[in-house]
Design a protein around this ligand. Structure first.
Ligand code: G3I
Length: 335
């Protein structure tokens, strides 16, 4: 039997996979239990899944995922409480049935909906969920102030973040609370995220951690750019996690392969090797690494940025270990 990834990484950090309820059975569940000791519900905890209609909560999928994790001694990353995507339209609809404009009344209503949502979702799981991505993808480095012009921001300014973190801390006092974002290796974005986290923490807003999604590809970003990303946040005294890693085999949007070429799978394995070697060197800062999927049979990259088969994870369509697996577990066996 090949080594379990979680055992190989036991001296460094927990290793997670983003999953849905369909992966809690059969061979997928066995693979998950064998190699991983953390999970992230990929969609089941998002607002459109948990509160599609005001006051009507649906927790069946999230409950199944959390109970599986508890039963198998795995950690859970709660993803995510506030996002500009996968949020039902009712959240931003005013009492007259119109899209909210930025008025004081609408701001108060939106913040009260946010508070009620967080109380219900975070409160349901208590200490079973140890980490929350309280807010997701709030940075836009093309804005001078670095803040994404989401409906949240346009109606409440930064108060949606202050409310979300304050309420999450109140409801789950021992949970670690994260701001999560993508492309945090890009210097402009990284620096704007740093400034926001520094500002919020100076105000006393309980931001405990910075999540780096790490949706990367076989060429980008470099290890040194990734190291600069981690290094940047060390002086802030925040925890850091790698929250959504995958490594696309494609170099650009124009490429498409019916099956992954062997040379790409090798290049991918070296990328996993090099990035995990970096993560290990920062194991004092990084408290968890999560892959955005379990195996190549189910990955969001098959439909984004274009529809084509990708192969970004450690296990193939038959759930067999790929060279990428060996890149983490034993690089001498990649080839
Ligand atoms: O549930 C519906 C189903 O009822 C419907 O028949 C089907 C038809 O398209 O869609 C299903 O919803 C899809 C959902 O995933 C569940 O599978 C949505 O269309 C699809 O847009 C949604 O994609 C998710 C995406 O977030 C949404 O932006 C991906 O699965 C999920 O992996 C992805 O995850 C995000 C992180 O949350 C944040 N960082 C980026 C990451 C990748 O995009």
């Amino acid at each position: 039997d090949i080594p379990a990834v979680r055992t190989v990484l036991a001296d460094a950090f927990p290793i997670g996979a983003a999953i849905g309820p369909q992966q809690l059975v059969g061979n997928h569940a066995e693979l998950l239990k064998r190699h991983f000791n953390s999970i992230t519900p990929g969609n089941a905890l998002k607002w459109d899944a948990t509160q599609p209609t005001e006051g009507q909560f649906r927790f069946a999928d999230a409950d199944a995922l959390v109970e599986f994790a508890v039963a198998n001694g795995m950690a859970v990353r709660g993803h995510t409480l506030v996002w500009h995507q996968q949020t039902p339209a009712w959240v931003f609809t005013d009492p007259a049935g119109n899209p909210m404009t930025a008025t004081p009344e609408n701001k108060a209503l939106l913040l009260s909906r946010l508070e009620a949502h967080i109380r219900a979702v975070v409160g349901r799981y208590g200490t079973k969920i140890g980490v929350w991505d309280v807010a997701n993808e709030v940075i836009d480095e093309n804005q001078a102030d670095g803040l994404r012009r989401s409906r949240w921001f346009e109606i409440t300014g930064l108060d949606y973040l202050r409310t979300a973190f304050r309420v999450a801390r109140e409801v789950a006092p021992t949970a670690t609370l994260y701001l999560n974002d993508y492309n945090t290796n890009v210097p402009a974005k990284r620096d704007k995220l740093y400034a926001l986290v520094a500002q919020l923490r100076a105000e006393g807003v309980p931001v405990d951690g910075v999540g780096h999604q790490m949706h990367v590809n076989i060429d980008w970003p470099s290890v040194s750019e990734t190291e600069a990303m981690l290094q940047k946040f060390v002086p802030l005294g925040v925890e850091q996690q790698i929250t959504e890693m995958d490594v696309s085999i494609y170099r650009n949007d124009a490429e498409s392969f019916p099956t992954p070429p062997a040379d790409r799978l090798l290049t991918q394995a070296y990328r996993y090797r090099d990035l995990f070697a970096l993560y290990r060197r920062y194991a004092g800062e990084i408290t968890s690494v999560t892959l955005w999927g379990l195996a190549d049979d189910d990955t969001w990259l098959d439909s984004f940025p274009v529809t084509r088969k990708d192969a970004p994870l450690l296990f193939d369509l038959e759930l067999q270990a790929k060279p990428a697996y060996w890149g983490i577990v034993d690089p001498s066996r990649i080839g």
